[in-house]
Design a protein around this ligand. Structure first.
Ligand code: ZN
Length: 52
């Protein structure tokens, strides 16, 4: 996971910063308790089930 990329990423829901969780290889928004998978080093911020 590119640290520079992480700096510019924001939660699509609350626009706060995301945190990278190395254990599960996912980005997390602590405010919303959302998790975003990283696929081929590209974070998938459109994870649909998060918004249903
Ligand atoms: Zn959020």
């Amino acid at each position: 996971m590119d640290k520079n990329l992480l700096q510019v990423l924001a939660c699509p829901h609350c626009k706060e910063k995301l945190f990278y969780s190395e254990d599960i290889n996912k980005l997390e928004c602590k405010l919303d308790s959302l998790q975003f998978p990283i696929e081929d080093n590209v974070p998938n911020l459109t994870c649909k089930e998060n918004f249903e």
